[in-house]
Design a binder for this molecule. Structure first.
Ligand code: NAP
Length: 265
C-alpha cells in the first residue's frame, strides 16, 4: 500500500506524526531510520510502520519526506541512488539550509522537490510551516503538501530566497530562550523560580496573544502597556540601551550563516 514516507525518525518526524494523529489523520506512515529504538517508539506512540529497508520503503512512497540532519542529506540521497529504482516523484526536504538546486542535482530531474520548515510545535497542532516549491511541482502536488502541513498548523508559502531568514527567525527555541532569560532575570531580582517562570511566561504569551486577538499595531500596544516614566518604560529603555536589538539581529545573522554552511554540504 502507498504511504507517506519519512527518512529519519528523529525529533521533527516524531512531532509531525504526533500532530497528524492528533488531528485525526489516519494515513499510512512509514518511517525509515537506522535506530530501531526510535522506530519502535514512533510505532507505539503514533502508529507508524517501521521500514524494513530503504529500497522497499521507496517503492511505497507517495510522498517522501527527508527528515535527516543537513549533514546527513547527501549521504542518504546517495543511498537512494544506489538502490537503483525509480524514485518517488514528490519529495519534501525539511533540511535547514539545503537549497532546491542542490536537492535537484542529487536525485535528477524526475523528482519534484519542496522545501518545508515546520517546528516541533506541530506536535500540538499549533505550528507554522513555511513552504517553497520547485517550479516543476504540479498544482495537485502543491495542494497535497499544503494540506499535509495544514493538519498540524498554519502554512506560509514563501520564495526560496527568504527561506534561510525564515528558518533563523522562526524557531520555537526563540520562545524558550526568551522565557528562560526573562525568568532568570526575574529570579535574580528576588522572585522564587516558579513565580519567576509564571510571570515571564505570562508576560511573553499574554502580550503575543493580545496582539494576535486585538489586531492592534505593536506601537499602539507598547504605548498602552508602558506608561511614560513608568517601570515597563524604564525596563524596555534599559534593555534597548544595552543592545537588545543588536543582540537579536546578531543571533539571526548567525542562524543565516549556519544555513549557508549547510548549503555547502
Ligand atoms: N528539530 C527541529 O525542530 C526541526 C525543525 C524543522 C526542520 N528540521 C530539520 O529536520 C531535519 C531533522 O532534524 P531532527 O532534529 O529531527 O534530527 P534528528 O533528531 O537527528 O533525526 C534525524 C534522524 O535521522 C537518522 N538518520 C540520519 N542519517 C540516516 C541514514 N543515512 N539512514 C537512516 N537514518 C538516518 C538519525 O540517526 P542518527 O541519530 O543515528 O544520526 C536520526 O535518528 C534536519 O535537517 C533539520 O534541519 C528540524
Amino acid at each position: 500500500m502507498k504511504a507517506t514516507v519519512f527518512l529519519g525518525g528523529g525529533r521533527i518526524t516524531s512531532a509531525l506524526v504526533a500532530g497528524l494523529r492528533l488531528a485525526g489523520d489516519e494515513r499510512v506512515i512509514v518511517v525509515y531510520d537506522r535506530n530501531q529504538g526510535k522506530l519502535r517508539t514512533l510505532r507505539r506512540e503514533a502508529r507508524v510502520e517501521m521500514a524494513r529497508d530503504l529500497k522497499s520503503v521507496l517503492l511505497r512512497a507517495e510522498m517522501l519526506i527527508v527528515a535527516v540532519r543537513p549533514a546527513s542529506v547527501a549521504g542518504i540521497l546517495q543511498e537512494i541512488v544506489a538502490c537503483g529504482i525509480s524514485m518517488p516523484k514528490l519529495c519534501v526536504s525539511l533540511a535547514a539550509g539545503i537549497p532546491l538546486r542542490k536537492l535537484r542535482g542529487r536525485l535528477g530531474p524526475a523528482v519534484r522537490w519542496v522545501r518545508a520548515m515546520p517546528s516541533p510545535v506541530c506536535r500540538v497542532g499549533r505550528g507554522l510551516t513555511a513552504l517553497s516549491f520547485d517550479r516543476d511541482v504540479t498544482k495537485r502536488e502543491r495542494r497535497q503538501v499544503r494540506e499535509f502541513f495544514e493538519r498540524v498548523g498554519a502554512v506560509l508559502e514563501i520564495s526560496e530566497s527568504q527561506f534561510d531568514a525564515f528558518t533563523a527567525a522562526y524557531s520555537s527555541s526563540h520562545g524558550y530562550h526568551a522565557l528562560a532569560t526573562l525568568a532568570k532575570a526575574a529570579q535574580a531580582a528576588g522572585l522564587d523560580r516558579t513565580t519567576a517562570l509564571t510571570a515571564a511566561a505570562h508576560a511573553l504569551s499574554d502580550g503575543i496573544l493580545y496582539w494576535r486577538e486585538s489586531g492592534k499595531a505593536l506601537t499602539e500596544l507598547l504605548h498602552e502597556a508602558a506608561t511614560p516614566g513608568g517601570i515597563a518604560a524604564a525596563t524596555m529603555s534599559a534593555m534597548d540601551a544595552s543592545g537588545y536589538a543588536r543582540v537579536v539581529k546578531n543571533g539571526i545573522r548567525a542562524g543565516m550563516k549556519q544555513a549557508r554552511i549547510n548549503a555547502r554540504r
